[in-house]
Each structure stands twice: as C-alpha cells, then as structure tokens.
Design a protein around this ligand. Sequence first.
Ligand code: PRP
Ligand code: URA
Length: 210
Amino acid sequence: MRVHVADHPLITHKLTVLRDKNTPSPTFRALTEELVTLLAYEATRNVRTEPLEIETPVAVTTGLAISSPRPLVVPILRAGLGMLEGMVKLIPTAEVGFLGMVRNEETLEPHIYAERLPDDLSNRQCFVLDPMLATGGSLIAAIQYLFDRGAVDVTAVCLLGTPEGLASVDAATTGREVTIVLGALDERLNEVGYIVPGLGDAGDRLYGSV
Ligand code: PRP
Ligand code: URA
C-alpha cells in the first residue's frame, strides 16, 4: 500500500478552517470541494494514459490522453458525495459509481446499503472518495467490494486519516494495488471511533444530522 500525506500550506490552511467547529455547512462544503481538487492532483499522478498524436497550429506533436476504460470515481455516501465535484473538476471524463455505506456507531462495523456501479470493473482504475479514514473499516469494505468486481487498482482520497486506520487498511489489502492520499494524518482514534483532533462527523457537518 502506498500512502501520500499532503504537505502544502494551502491544504493545511483549508483543513484548519474545516476542523473549526464554528465553520458553517456552506463553507464546509465549499472547502471540501477545494481540498479534493488539490488532493486529486496527487491522487491522479498514476492515472493510465496513452500517447495521442495531435496537430497544433504549428506542428504535429504527441501528447497524452487518458486511457480506456475510463477511470471510475466512487464517492462513499453520504459524506463522500461532498467530494465528488472537486474530483470530477480535475478528471471530467471519469465515470462515476456510487456506494452507500454507514458505520454502526456501537460496533463501528460498516454496512453497505446502496450500490450503483458497473457490474464488471475488470482492468478498471478506481478512485474512492471518503473524507474520513477512522478505523478503516468502511474503506476496507469499499476496496474489497471493488476488487471483488474486478478492479485492478484503487486509490482512496481522504481528508483525514489515523495511524490505526492506515495500519488496518494495509493489513487487509496485502498484495493489492492500493494508494491512499490524505489531506492530513491525525493523531489517533478516540474510544468511540472518532478521529482526534479530526473535524467531527463529516456527513453531519456537510449535510446536517439525519
Ligand atoms: C463516516 C465516514 C466514513 C466512515 C469512516 O461515515 O464518512 O465513511 O464514517 O469510519 P471508519 O473508518 O471507522 O469506517 P458514516 O458511517 O458516518 O456515514 P455518513 O457518511 O452517511 O455520515
Ligand atoms: N466518521 C466521521 O465522520 N468522523 C470521524 O471522526 C470518524 C468517523
């Protein structure tokens, strides 16, 4: 598993505003989108491409085009939906599939309640969007779901992660092509499975509690 933790003052600045409990939902949503566009730059570093010959007004030259099959972006509902626009801004030709997951707040076990993905993900590069990598349970379940459908490599973009969550994802995906791109690696998980210092419940902060 490869891990990339962002190291850029703009990302840290935006995360600081996001973490602040007084930041209202409209600002939180706007900042989430901006942060994902910045993280997507790193997350798509290994996006598959093929040579493409074009004519400029001056000469013939060979550039690059994103390869077929197109990358698949998978926001994990609910909170991952807040990251979608920021990601597709950078790769507008990507296909988008959805996985709905919720963590049982007593057992911390993830449950998949909705799915809308292509049946066959053979040879597909997938980009999972979920702001919080806490215990890692939700991300492990999402990654396994995609590999079971034939995906070949999965890159997860998360705003915050924990050392405990990263270790669990690593142990559960040994031998697989997995990359995690984080806005920040936080200190730890607390006794109720929240990221510390974190930003609270990402879904609630984006959309309000349901
Ligand atoms: C949050 C978050 C992740 C998950 C992370 O979702 O968006 O999906 O918790 O926790 P884990 O690493 O311990 O599995 P939540 O279950 O609160 O659902 P929501 O997005 O609908 O709010
Ligand atoms: N899910 C969240 O939304 N926040 C956390 O800190 C942990 C899981």
